[in-house]
Design a protein around this ligand. Structure first.
Ligand code: FMN
Length: 252
């Protein structure tokens, strides 16, 4: 059984879609391949891999309540490709979005279901994840906690001459606390992977990061303010001086 994961995020690095595709791959058996879909140059390679695939898993962000625009030309090409070559594949979708409610991905799921019907391929359902950006926060937190634990172990070993095993227990507790936030995602993701392994339908399911909405909004505001500071100021460069070619054209 061959499963192809298509990471449809336009981000080069650190996309939530790429992360969830990799995580799902851990629980899927058989041959696996993960490819990025960012530009037209990626189409040919992906279509070649689809030729002998049994399952295709689209991992994508929700853009303006739908499928990101750079994915649409690919879907058009894939529709023709599947019809011309009589491709028989099972299609699953894992969508993630910025708002906290995973249910916001419903229109995207309907688009993908219609695409499968038109392409004569099997729609097997999808998972919609709300607060997807928090998956990035979680993995960054785990790396930071790990780095701090190693530092703690080394400094206590230097000061006291022994390795403090309590530090490792503390690390396990911290990781468990972080994973609680993602427990809905992990459980639904393992369920989806089980369906892929059994080659059966998953249906449509929606989950979210397990954080109360008011805390999510606060965390998201802090996160995006920090990101914005790194990417050109609090207002994402609104006040930065523009080069002549970058001026926005206003038609009269
Ligand atoms: C152009 C654009 C449109 C977006 N539209 C929505 C939207 O309609 N609803 C929503 O909840 N999030 C929206 N988002 C947020 C993304 O879905 C969210 O950041 C997602 O986690 C990105 O996933 P990725 O890291 O896999 O690219 C939008 C983001 C961008 C850049």
């Amino acid at each position: 059984m061959k499963t192809l994961f298509i990471d449809c995020s336009p981000k080069k690095r650190l996309s939530a879609s790429g992360f969830i595709a990799t995580m799902t791959g851990i629980f899927v058996f058989g041959k696996k391949k993960k490819l990025k879909l960012r530009t037209r140059a990626d189409h040919e390679n992906i279509l070649n891999e689809i030729r002998d695939a049994d399952n295709v898993v689209f991992a994508m962000p929700l853009y303006v309540d739908g499928v990101p625009s750079h994915v649409l030309p690919f879907l058009k090409e894939m529709e023709e490709f599947c019809k011309d070559n009589d491709i028989k594949i099972n299609v699953y979708v894992i969508a993630n979005n910025g708002f906290i409610e995973g249910k916001q991905n419903e229109p995207l799921m309907q688009i993908m279901e219609n695409f499968c019907i038109r392409s004569n391929i099997t729609w097997c359902g999808g998972l919609g994840i709300g607060g997807g950006v928090m998956m990035n926060v979680m993995r960054i937190m785990i790396v930071v906690v790990f780095a701090l634990t190693v530092l703690n172990l080394i400094t206590t070993a230097i000061n006291q001459g022994v390795f403090d095993t309590g530090v490792a227990v503390g690390f396990a507790k911290d990781v468990a606390e972080i994973l609680v936030l993602g427990c809905g995602i992990i459980i639904f993701d393992i369920w989806l992977a089980t369906c892929i392994n059994k080659r059966k339908g998953f249906g449509k399911h929606y989950t979210r990061i397990m954080l109360p909405s008011f805390l999510f909004i606060l965390a998201a505001d802090i996160f995006f303010t920090i990101i914005s500071l790194f990417k050109g100021g609090v207002f994402r460069g609104w006040f930065s001086r523009k080069k002549p070619g970058e001026q926005i054209c206003v038609q009269e």
